[in-house]
Every structure is written in structure tokens, then in C-alpha cells.
Design a protein around this ligand. Structure first.
Ligand code: NDP
Ligand code: HSE
Length: 338
């Protein structure tokens, strides 16, 4: 659940909100592009100007997909935690540490935090929520689950009236992209994985994608959001796609099916059952029709019935859209003094 705070009064009357990006790789640069290119429309919608004040990187001289003014870049995180003009820190580093430590430092320094880092969030959610409670600041992480799809917000707001008993979906873009191209073009696994890396879909260590760790991290966060129960990702049964070959995909096709990496969780009387594994689904079903880097999630709700969401699950701009959506949500609350 997203904790809701009421500490915005110091922020009312501000016409400018400062952002720091931790990381300027695929997602950091995509987030920067969204803020820069849609600056005016965001200002009109939110009523404030959103500026990137600082960007944390490892290497000041690295070649970058997107150019930002050199004076924004720093290798020293203290430049961000101690900067009073930074209201919101977007953690887009990846990995468990120092990402978790930096999120906690940012919250304890009075900053709100937005993160796309499902590995750190899923592994360390209890400590992060403690820091939220202690600091009275907000942590949002829409971008961590299914890229551009607003699934966390839909569960939190639009479906708040429901008990959700089941989640099933395709929550990893890289593996879906690989399986789609292997099925459609008989493409070679290694070359399609290289394409997924080039396009900015894959994790820095792509074994996180193809071994199912990334999907397990996202499922852990979905279980928390939908069922209100925390399950560490290590406790989720997990199998990736590395043992699949073209012969398996062709055999499934002869049965009218596609193979997809399915994340599934049910909240039953015996507790939560959760798994990530390759499964055959009918080619013309909702999940069967989810192709390329797209993700798809089905939520089984007691009042609404089944809800289906689909959209781009990876890539710089789709993920940047979700990061900036969270930033705007916080900025709106800051403006309205919620
Ligand atoms: P990248 O590897 O492309 O970028 C990571 C960035 O973080 C780089 O700019 C790097 O600096 C910086 N960085 C890493 N460690 C440190 C450190 N210790 N100190 C300072 N800077 C550091 O990763 P992505 O952008 O692809 O992913 C970022 C996060 O977003 C991950 O948690 C990932 O799981 C998540 N995510 C990714 C999506 C995607 O489509 N790629 C989608 C949704 C979530 P430098 O450039 O100098 O090396
Ligand atoms: N590597 C991840 C994926 C990025 O392919 O889904 C989006 O979370």
C-alpha cells in the first residue's frame, strides 16, 4: 500500500519542485527526457515547474544516450541529500546497495522518494516502509512493476473497494520480447537477448530477467499491493526461460498455444501461493496476445470481476513515464496540501 502522509503544508505556495535523479542510464535518461520534453504540459497540469536539479552517476565522463548540462552531474550523493532545493529523489540505480541505503538516506533527509528498482524494493520493503513511517515522507514505485502500466495506482485507488484474490500476468519485458521473436522469426536466443539489451529493456545483469528473478521481485511487490501481505522474492517458486528452445515454442504453437513467462499469485484460505514459470497459454487469449516488450496483468477482484491491463513493460521512455507520473502525483499532493 502507498502510505499516505499529511505533511505537505511546508510545500504549499511553492511554484517550483526540484528533482534529483540517482542514475542516468536507461531509466534515468528516459525520465529526464519526459521531464524536459513535456515540461510545459506538466506545468499546466500540476501548476508547478518541475526541474531536475542534480543527477548522480558513477562516471562523469561516460558517453550517454541523452545529454544533460554537465553542472547537473555529480558522483557525490551528499550533494543531493544536503541540497534543500531537492524535494523528490528518483532512485534509478539498480541493485540492492547502495540503492536501499540511498533511498533511506533520502527519506531521512526529508525528501520524498520515487523508485523503479524492484530488486531493492522487494528485498528490503520492510526497512524502507520503516523509513517512510519515521520520516513522514512518501515512497512511490509505479515504475518498478510493469514499466508504463499504472497497475500499482489502479490497485491502490480505482480498485480500492475490492478484495483481490488473484494476480496473473507477464511482468518481464525482456523475456516476452525474446520469446515473441523466437516464436515469430525463429530468432536465435543470444542475438535477441543482445537486442533487448541494446534497446534498454534488460537488467544490467540480464540473468535477472531470463532466470525469472526480476519477475519474482515484481510479483512480490504486486502481492503486497493487492493482498497486503509481504512475501520476500526468495520465497517465490521461480523458473526462468533459459531451458526453452525453438522446438518447445514450435510444439506449443502446434497446440494453438504460446509459451509465456507467467507470474501468478493466489490469496486463498491456506495463504498466498506464488510462482514464476514458463507456461503455455492459448495464442488468442489475453496473455497469449501480449507480444514483444509488452506486459499484461489480470487482477481477479470480488466486486469488479477480472481487470485486464496491458502496455509497454520496459524501455527508457515508457518507464520514464511511470517515474514522472509518481513525481507528478507527489507534486500534486504538495500543491494541494493533502
Ligand atoms: P542502467 O544500468 O542503464 O543505469 C544505471 C545508472 O545508475 C547509471 O547511470 C549508473 O552510472 C548509475 N549508478 C549505478 N550504480 C551507481 C552508484 N553506486 N553510484 C552512482 N551511480 C550509480 O540501469 P537502468 O536504467 O536500465 O535501470 C535502473 C533501474 O530501473 C533498475 O533498478 C532497473 O531494474 C529498473 N527498471 C529498468 C527498466 C528498463 O526498462 N531498463 C524498467 C523498469 C525498471 P554510470 O552511468 O556513470 O555508470
Ligand atoms: N528488465 C526489465 C524487464 C525492465 O525486461 O521487464 C522493466 O522492469
Amino acid at each position: 500500500m502507498y502510505p499516505r502522509m499529511n505533511l505537505w503544508t511546508d510545500m504549499k505556495n511553492r511554484d517550483e519542485i526540484g528533482i534529483a535523479l540517482l542514475g542516468f542510464g536507461n531509466v534515468g535518461s528516459g525520465t529526464y527526457e519526459v521531464i524536459e520534453e513535456n515540461f510545459t504540459s506538466i506545468k499546466e497540469k500540476v501548476g508547478v515547474k518541475i526541474y531536475v536539479k542534480k543527477i548522480l552517476v558513477r562516471d562523469l565522463n561516460a558517453g550517454r544516450r541523452v545529454k544533460a548540462p554537465a553542472e547537473l552531474l555529480t558522483c557525490n550523493p551528499e550533494d543531493i541529500f544536503k541540497d534543500p532545493s531537492v524535494d523528490i529523489v528518483a532512485e534509478l540505480l539498480g541493485g540492492l546497495e547502495p540503492a536501499t541505503e540511498y533511498m533511506i538516506r533520502a527519506l531521512d533527509s526529508g525528501k520524498h522518494v520515487v523508485s523503479a528498482n524492484k530488486a531493492a524494493l522487494a528485498a528490503n520493503l520492510p526497512q524502507l516502509l520503516d523509513a517512510v513511517e519515521r520520516s513522514g515522507r512518501v515512497l512511490r514505485y509505479e515504475a518498478a512493476v510493469c514499466g508504463a502500466i499504472p497497475v500499482m495506482d489502479v490497485i491502490d485507488r480505482a480498485l480500492a473497494a475490492n478484495k483481490i484474490s488473484g494476480i496473473s500476468g507477464i511482468v518481464n519485458g525482456t523475456t516476452n520480447y525474446i520469446l515473441t521473436r523466437m516464436g515469430e522469426e525463429a530468432a536465435d536466443y543470444a542475438s535477441v537477448l543482445a537486442d533487448a539489451q541494446r534497446l534498454g529493456f534488460a537488467e544490467a545483469d540480464p540473468s535477472g530477467d531470463v532466470e525469472g528473478f526480476d519477475a519474482a521481485n515484481k510479483l512480490s511487490l504486486l502481492i503486497w499491493q493487492a493482498f497486503g501481505k509481504y512475501i520476500h522474492p526468495d520465497k517465490i517458486a521461480r523458473k526462468g526461460i533459459t531451458e526453452l528452445g525453438l522446438a518447445d515454442i514450435d510444439a506449443a504453437a502446434l497446440r494453438g498455444n504460446k509459451i509465456k513467462l507467467i507470474a501468478q499469485a493466489d490469496d486463498g484460505p491456506e495463504g498466498v501461493e506464488a510462482s514464476v514459470a514458463p507456461r503455455e497459454v492459448p495464442a488468442d487469449s489475453f496473455l497469449g496476445r501480449c507480444a514483444g516488450e509488452y506486459n499484461a496483468v489480470q487482477l481477479d477482484c470480488d466486486m469488479a470481476g477480472p481487470i485486464f491491463l496491458m502496455g509497454k513493460g520496459a524501455g527508457p521512455r515508457p518507464t520514464g513515464s511511470a517515474v514522472v507520473g509518481d513525481i507528478i502525483s507527489i507534486a500534486r499532493d504538495m500543491r494541494s496540501g493533502v
